[in-house]
Design a protein around this ligand. Structure first.
Ligand code: HEM
Length: 236
C-alpha cells in the first residue's frame, strides 16, 4: 500500500529504493537494470584492481592484508556515502540533490558489491592470523553491519521488497543504513590522530565526511518529524 502511496514521486530518503511510477511499478525497469549492473560491476572491478595492486606490491601477509582492508573499505565508502545522504540532502536542500537521490539504489548496490572484496580480505586475515584481528564484540558488530548490507541489497529486488511489510522495509532501509554509517565511523575513529601527517590525512577527512553525513541525516529526520507531528497541530 505504501508503495502505491509513493507512486508518481521519487522517495527522497530511500537508498536502495527504485523510483516508482503511477502504476506502482519500477520506473524504466528495463532501462535502469543495465545501469545497476554497470554500477555494481564497476565498483567491484575497482575493488579488485585495488586488491590486486596491494597484494602485488605488499604481498598477502599481515601488512598487505591490513592495507587491503583499509583501502577496500575506503573505496566502498565512496559509494556508500552518496547513497546514504542523497535522499536526506534532497529533503533538506532541495532538488539540486535529486539526481543523487535517484541513484540511491545503484550507489547502494555498488557499495555492497565493492564491499565483497573487503570481506574477502576479512576472511583471509582470519585465516592467516594466529589470534583474531578484532575483539569478538567488534567482530559481531561489523558482522551484523555486513549482514545488513546484503539484506538491503537482497530486499531492494522488487519481488523481495513486496514480501516485507512496509514498516519492515522502511526500518531495514533507514536504521540499516544508519548502522552501517556508524560502523564506518567506528572504524575510522579507532586512531585518527595517531602517528604521522599521512595517518592524519588517511583518517580525518573520512571522519569529517561521516560526521557531516550523520548531521544531514539527523536534520532530515528532524524536518520529517516536524512535518508529521507539528504541521497537523498547527492546522487545527
Ligand atoms: C559493513 C560492514 C563493515 C564496514 C562498514 C567496515 C569498515 C571498515 C573500515 C572503514 C576499515 C578501515 C579502518 C582503518 O583504516 O583503520 C576496516 C578495516 C578492517 N575491517 Fe572492516 N568493515 C566491515 C565489515 C567487517 C567485518 C565483518 C570484519 C570482521 C569480522 C571486519 C574486519 C576488519 C579488519 C580486521 C580491518 C583492519 C583493521 C586495521 O587496520 O587494523 N570488517 N573496516
Amino acid at each position: 500500500m505504501r508503495r502505491l502511496a509513493l507512486a508518481g514521486r521519487s522517495c527522497t530518503d530511500c537508498p536502495y529504493q527504485r523510483d516508482l511510477t503511477r502504476s506502482g511499478t519500477a520506473t524504466g525497469r528495463v532501462m535502469s537494470e543495465p545501469h545497476t549492473a554497470i554500477w555494481m560491476t564497476g565498483a567491484y572491478l575497482g575493488s579488485l584492481v585495488i586488491a590486486g595492486l596491494v597484494l602485488m606490491t605488499l604481498g598477502a601477509g599481515q601488512h598487505g592484508t591490513l592495507t587491503g582492508l583499509q583501502l577496500t573499505a575506503r573505496w566502498s565508502f565512496c559509494f556508500f556515502i552518496p547513497a546514504y545522504v542523497g535522499g536526506a540532502a534532497t529533503a533538506l536542500f532541495g532538488s539540486a540533490f535529486r539526481p543523487l537521490a535517484r541513484q540511491g539504489r545503484n550507489l547502494g548496490l555498488a557499495f555492497a558489491s565493492a564491499h565483497v572484496t573487503h570481506l574477502c580480505f576479512v576472511a583471509w586475515i582470519y585465516y592467516i592470523s594466529i589470534k583474531p584481528p578484532l575483539p569478538l564484540a567488534s567482530a559481531i558488530f561489523f558482522g551484523f553491519a555486513a549482514l545488513l548490507t546484503y539484506a538491503l541489497a537482497l530486499f531492494s529486488i522488487p519481488a523481495m521488497t513486496q514480501k516485507l511489510p512496509s514498516w519492515a522495509w522502511w526500518g531495514l532501509r533507514t536504521l540499516g543504513m544508519d548502522l552501517i554509517a556508524i560502523a564506518f565511523l567506528r572504524d575510522f575513529l579507532r586512531n585518527p590522530f595517531g602517528g604521522s601527517l599521512a595517518h592524519l590525512a588517511a583518517y580525518l577527512p573520512f571522519v569529517g565526511v561521516v560526521f557531516v553525513a550523520l548531521l544531514i541525516r539527523l536534520a532530515a529526520y528532524g524536518k520529517q518529524l516536524q512535518r508529521r507531528w507539528l504541521a497537523p497541530q498547527l492546522a487545527r
